[in-house]
Design a protein around this ligand. Structure first.
Ligand code: F3S
Length: 440
């Protein structure tokens, strides 16, 4: 999505909250609008002609952010059309439009209607450029490609099956077509996105459905030439040697996001997760054995109902032991309709908060250790953007790299290129690096 504005075309802000599924949906909406001559920006801007607020509802904080985003849009541009969509549109009270000031509420299944709805309004308001078909070039370097919608797992804490419905696999030919399309637009990386990627193909009755990701990735590696393919997440139970051996192809990014949620078996059982702490431990060991240098990142919930101090200690120990490259830690948030909502033993907020702090501390330390261990290595980075005099981008194993962008030949302008750096030290949330000359 473009980051600069000229008022020759109507401007639409597409604001995305939540997960990579939402990012994939927003990119589809943005692409369609841009193809109709609309200038799309990926943040709320003053004076925009319309806003799409693509929301999340995974916690009550996410709900609050959704309401805030709609009000902000209203304030920034009082006469603009404001569309509220995404998971909060599924869980919000019926009068959410009234409460927030949105003009139109589109449920997840109604997202495909949004571009036309906006264009219609822009045409009605007499904006001559709407619908003239001037495509915008994208300023992004990674494209999110949705390979699955929904979730059929019913984890006790999670609202996603209620907001997105049951799992639906995107047909393989459509995924290949989309990856090729992004490749021809100049993207160097696609992120394959869904909630339970290990289950792809299960709803379509693929033979040996437990090997859906193996089948899809094999096909993508054969049928496309995009330099990088990344998976948004997998589960511990999806890890098996045959799948991991695909990562011998360097086009697959060695980054595994495996949500742990808890390191205590009784809690995992009450969460309705499909692995034990030991099975998770073995999955992480298998990744390290088969994909050297891979990063393992995770999500952990602090203070699930009934979590004892002993349960929490087991989680903390497992996190220390595994040494995650990044941890996304959340205090348990009570969601209506979910299994956990009905469980006994909801913990008071200060207990959840205190456990969260301990997880955050473990996460900070293990992330720094993981990054420090890579200092001295030379790695390819997909460079994204420049801020101040620093370029930043991502290594294949999902570490943010920073460089001044200067080599001995003083080359600049790294955006959307893959260039090597020698990693020199820990910096902010990532690592600094010295850009290597193409010929070194
Ligand atoms: Fe949030 Fe919906 Fe994603 S609840 S995490 S935006 S599936």
């Amino acid at each position: 999505m473009s980051k600069t504005r000229t008022k020759a075309h109507p401007v639409v802000s597409v604001v995305t909250l939540g997960c990579k599924l939402n990012q994939a949906d927003s990119e589809t909406i943005a692409r369609q609008l841009a193809g109709e001559g609309v200038q799309v920006v990926d943040r709320a801007v003053k004076g925009a002609d319309a806003f799409v607020i693509n929301t999340c509802s995974v916690t009550h904080v996410a709900d609050r952010k959704a309401r805030h985003a709609v009000r902000l849009a209203r304030r920034l541009s009082p006469n603009a059309q404001v569309v509220l969509t995404g998971c909060y549109a599924e869980t919000a009270p019926a009068d959410v439009a009234l409460i927030t000031g949105a003009d139109f509420v589109a449920r997840n299944a109604e997202k495909p209607l949004i571009p036309e709805r906006i264009l219609e309004k822009l045409r009605l308001s007499g904006d001559p450029a709407a619908g003239c078909g001037v495509a915008e070039s994208s300023g992004r370097t990674r494209a999110f490609v949705k390979i699955q919608e929904g979730c059929s797992e019913m984890c006790a804490f999670c609202i996603v099956p209620y907001t997105r419905g049951r799992e639906i696999t995107v047909p393989m030919e459509a995924v290949v077509r989309e990856v090729k399309a992004r490749e021809s637009e100049g993207y160097l990386e696609v992120v394959l996105t869904g909630t339970q990627l290990g289950n792809v193909g299960r709803d379509l009755g693929w033979p040996r459905a437990e090997q859906g990701p193996l089948r899809l990735l094999t096909q993508l590696l054969e049928a496309t030439t995009i330099p990088r393919i990344r998976l948004s997440s997998l589960q511990a139970q999806d890890m098996h040697p045959e799948l991991l051996d695909l990562w011998q192809d360097a086009r697959l990014c060695p980054h595994f996001h495996l949500p742990l949620q808890s390191g205590s078996d009784p809690v995992l059982d009450r969460m309705r997760r499909h692995y034990t702490a030991d099975e998770f431990r073995r999955a992480a060991a298998l990744i390290r054995e088969r994909v050297p240098g891979a990063s393992i990142t995770t999500d952990v919930i602090a203070g699930f109902p009934g979590e004892t101090e002993g349960d929490f200690e087991a989680t903390a120990r497992l996190c220390e032991e595994i040494g995650f490259a990044q941890m996304h830690n959340f205090p348990y948030s009570r969601r209506p309709h979910t299994g956990a909502d009905k469980l006994a033993g909801h913990l008071p907020p200060p207990v959840r908060r205190e456990r969260l702090e301990r997880l955050l501390d473990i996460g900070r330390r293990s992330s720094e250790r993981f990054r420090l261990a890579q200092v001295g290595e030379t790695v390819p980075v997909l460079w994204e953007q420049q801020s101040g005099n620093l370029w930043q981008g991502l290594t294949p194993n999902y570490v943010r790299a920073y460089t001044s962008g200067e080599t001995d030949t003083h080359e600049t302008g790294l955006g959307n290129t893959i260039r090597h750096v020698r990693l020199t030290g820990v910096y902010a949330d990532g690592l600094t690096g010295a850009l290597q000359s193409e010929h070194s």
